[in-house]
Design a binder for this molecule. Structure first.
Ligand code: ADP
Ligand code: MG
Length: 339
């Protein structure tokens, strides 16, 4: 498979109060042309930092190791005009549109600014392209919307404006960072449908970041799960639900209310999620893992192929197919399996 995006062993440290804080450790993932990849994990696991590293939007003072290749180009080495071109081809849509739009400027100015300043597109032509993009994301009467101010638009409408704006530079990859999280369920479904259409009609690739495993499963081809700054599993999205490879993915599935499930209770994940910089050595999930053995603690885990997926757990082959089985009691089965 020739990947549009290839992230290899990406480690990111941010400068915090004079010290380096690791926020991503050795992240590896790739996205094919036209593919939609979900990136799922609890808050603080490093999802947004992964997107920012790909789009080269990390805070000043960040240090980066590893490699990011996009359409054959080394992204980490880009500067000047090449970097601007990269940022046009990799568009980001964030969670809160109001935090990314100037409230005292009209939608028209916001949408056409980079076309006018970076691409020298004349104003009238930029406005026509903006109106077309608004139509493409299902906004009626785009001419009227362009004259409005952000406060005159609902959150869902404004998020459509952000997506339409991202499309103006004709990106190949859309990084959607929790872009439906702040919306009500109906609006969320509408925005998801728009993203899905764009992928189909334009062949756009997508990194769909969410803490909602089910949502990722509904719209993505594959899903990567992050824990404490590391990718712990990448699997076909539909399979991750039914047959996860990593104990953390299984815990996420079981912690999720599911109307079709026959399970009579939700299983909370014990302990609290940690970020990369506070993670224990060895398997980072071991302190919360019902399947952890003494050997998992303090023993570094690597991301390895298993079946059609990839998993960072050396017990994964032993635990294969048993992680969601309600009749399996972790402690008992450990003894028989490893005796
Ligand atoms: N600007 C920043 N400065 C320092 N630390 C940050 C900054 N932004 C995020 N972090 C830390 O980086 C880690 C990963 O954050 P993030 O990628 O935003 O997580 P997620 O998007 O998965 O919730 C967290 O521990 C977070 O506190
Ligand atoms: Mg985030």
């Amino acid at each position: 498979m020739s990947a549009l995006l290839e992230v290899r062993d990406l480690t990111v440290r941010l400068r915090v109060g004079g010290a380096d804080r690791e926020v991503i450790t050795g992240t590896t993932l790739e996205i094919a042309e036209g593919e939609s990849m979900g990136l799922v994990g609890e808050s603080g696991s490093g999802k947004s930092m992964t997107a920012k590293a790909i789009a080269r939007l990390l805070p000043a003072g960040a240090t980066v190791e590893g490699s990011v290749r996009f359409a054959g180009t080394d992204v980490l080495g880009l500067s000047g005009a090449d970097l601007r071109r990269h940022r046009a081809k990799v568009a980001v849509v964030f969670q809160d549109p109001r935090a990314h739009i100037n409230p005292v400027r009209r939608i028209d100015d916001f949408m056409t600014e980079s076309l006018r300043t970076l691409e020298d597109v004349p104003r009238a032509q930029a406005r026509t392209r903006a109106a077309d993009a608004l139509e493409e994301v299902g906004i009626d009467d785009p001419a009227r919307r362009l004259r409005q101010f952000p406060h005159e638009l609902s959150g869902g409408m404004l998020q459509r404006v952000m997506i339409a704006t991202a499309l103006l530079s004709r990106p190949l990859l859309l990084l959607a960072d929790e872009c439906t999280t702040a919306l009500d369920v109906t609006t969320q479904a509408e925005v998801m449908a728009i993203l899905d259409d764009l992928r189909r009609d334009r062949g756009l690739s997508m990194l769909f970041i969410t803490h909602d495993l089910e949502l990722a499963g509904a719209v993505c081809d594959r899903t990567s799960v992050m824990y404490a700054g590391q990718v712990v599993e990448t699997s076909a999205a539909h399979r991750l639900h039914a047959d996860p490879l990593h104990p953390y993915s299984a815990a996420l599935v079981q912690a999720r209310p599911d109307v079709t499930s026959t399970a009579d209770r939700l299983v909370a994940i014990p302990g609290r999620p940690v970020s990369a910089f506070e993670a224990p050595s060895g398997c980072r999930f071991a302190p919360r893992c019902p399947h952890a053995l003494d050997g998992c603690r303090g023993h570094e885990q690597t991301l390895a192929d298993l079946d059609a997926g990839r998993v960072r757990c050396e017990r994964a082959a032993t635990l294969r197919g048993r992680l969601l089985d309600p009749t399996e009691s972790p402690t008992e089965s450990e003894e028989t399996a490893d005796a």
